[in-house]
Design a protein around this ligand. Structure first.
Ligand SMILES: [Zn+2]
Length: 486
């Protein structure tokens, strides 16, 4: 705490430190117009909100690969710049899906428009007995398997705001019910992604309805309540998804076999199935701005005559919005040894300055700000560019697991997500459009990142997890394991 205070004081007492001519040259290709060019294309309506999988996502992938080609970077995928990942897209057909709940002489029927799938599966159920299971938090005890097996479960549970709560809800499926029906919006639409070859146990379907009448109806279920259901089998469609990976080999004979990953997710959430007016979620700040940051860094480092000592890896991920799929895929299929990967700077929400909590111009933050020495690197770089690096009292810790840095951190690689804002007015809404980005500010933010990366890449001391921060403890453990195994 004191250390950070001293740095902040130093920053305010002295004017920006001068850059060396080599640093000036490195930063000069990063301009507001370069960033605007990338974001306005990636977030255009033509790409349909870059859902995973979709044609729009594939077009974005081609665009990113084309830029890497233009910068003359080395491809590091299995198919040029593409790291191909075999997935199965599981779709639950709405046609033929019927659920009827009968209690006290009244019935409630599922309405197809208000149904989402939380777990896909098939079921033909006639007059099944109904058991109500209420979960208030992740520690709520579940009923015995004998009380649930073969029955229709009506699950009463709050919206899952954490992975633990999501797992808790899904654990009801392991008790062997015939079907689980629940309220609230917690599904994944009618499609889900799954890695090909992943063996999934045959599970019953979990159907989520947004119909408010469902909640009222299930408040007073009688003991003789029954459920009829027809849930058609899910349709499985094999898809090839792509991470896009390019490298700039390091210049130092000893350090070039160490890697710094500069990453962002290029997918977004596609087109909403309901809502008035514009339903196309452009995803300009989330996360075309992060991709534009990776591209601008790739361009500036590839043009620089002073090549960094360590190897830089520029990578963009698919499927973040569906659950960190692209980064998890890379984490389990790394192209470069994780033990030699000294850091990952992931970029999100780099463009908007109109954060819900106020103006963020001139400031840069990160998740896990003080989990690693990377926060210090941003602070130092910001002194030269006039950008103040800061830790958000709640969000810097709370958002650590909410982006792709988590996938690398789990393996022990020091990994943070750098951002300008956390939540902004159009977050995950159609209004997240490229015109709303603060480009002159973004130019300074990305230059700050370039400077931080350049210094890390030329520093023979490795990036470290902060051993004095209890929140980083499990990552320190993972780091030790990673380095003892190699
Ligand atoms: Zn995002």
């Amino acid at each position: 705490m004191r250390y950070l205070f001293v740095l902040a004081l130093t920053a305010s007492l002295f004017a920006a430190q001068p850059l060396s001519p080599a640093e000036e040259a490195l930063l000069s290709p990063i301009t507001a117009n370069v960033l605007k060019g990338h974001i306005s294309f990636l977030a255009s309506d033509a790409l349909d909100g870059r859902d995973t999988p979709s044609k729009g996502l594939d077009v974005a992938a081609e665009y990113i690969a084309a830029q890497f080609r233009r910068y003359g970077l080395e491809p590091a995928g299995d198919n040029g710049y593409f790291q191909s990942a075999a997935y199965v897209n599981v779709t639950q057909p709405a046609e033929g899906l019927e659920i009827t709940l009968t209690s006290g002489g009244k019935t409630w029927k599922a309405d197809k428009e208000h149904v989402m799938i939380s777990s896909s599966g098939t079921a033909q159920i006639h007059a099944a007995g109904v058991v109500k299971v209420t979960i208030t938090d992740e520690n709520t005890p579940l009923p015995d398997r004998t009380a649930v097996e073969g029955k229709a479960v009506i699950l009463i549970a709050p919206m899952p705001r954490s992975r633990a709560m999501l797992r808790k809800r899904e654990s009801v499926l392991d008790l062997g019910p015939a079907i689980v029906v629940t309220g609230g919006f917690t599904g994944f639409g009618r499609t889900r992604l799954r890695e090909a070859g992943e063996t999934t146990a045959q599970r019953p379907p979990m159907i989520t309805t947004s119909d408010p009448e469902f909640n009222t109806f299930v408040e007073s279920l009688d003991a003789a309540a029954t459920l009829e259901a027809a849930v058609p089998a899910p349709v499985l469609q094999p898809v090839t998804l792509k991470n896009i990976i390019a490298t700039l080999p390091g210049s130092d004979p000893a350090l070039k076999d160490t890697y710094i990953l500069l990453t962002a997710h290029y997918d977004h959430i596609g087109i909403s199935t309901r809502g008035e007016g514009d339903r196309l979620n452009n995803g300009a700040n989330d996360d075309a701005s992060g991709v534009a940051t990776v591209l601008a860094l790739a361009e500036s480092f590839s043009k620089s005559t002073a090549r960094p000592k360590r190897t830089l890896v520029f990578m963009t991920y698919f499927g973040e919005e569906k659950g960190l799929f692209g980064s998890r895929y890379y984490g389990s299929h790394p192209v470069f040894p994780l033990a030699k990967t000294i850091a990952n700077l992931n970029f999100e929400h780099m463009g908007r300055t109109d954060d819900n909590e106020g103006d963020r111009s001139g400031k840069i933050t990160a998740s896990g700000f003080d989990y690693t020495t990377l926060g210090d690197a941003l602070t130092e770089a910001g002194k030269a560019t006039g950008i103040e690096a800061w830790k958000h009292a709640e969000n810097s810790d709370a958002f650590f697991g909410r982006s792709d840095n988590q996938s690398l951190a789990d393996s022990g690689v020091p990994a943070i997500t750098v951002a300008v804002s956390w939540i902004f007015p159009d977050y995950h809404r159609p209004g997240d459009e490229w015109e709303k980005i603060n480009y002159p500010n973004m130019e300074k933010e990305v230059r700050t990142c370039a400077l931080a990366v350049e210094r890390i890449a030329n520093d023979s001391r490795p990036v470290k997890w902060n051993e004095t921060n209890p929140k980083a403890e499990k990552y320190v453990e993972a780091w030790r394991k990673l380095h003892s195994a190699n």
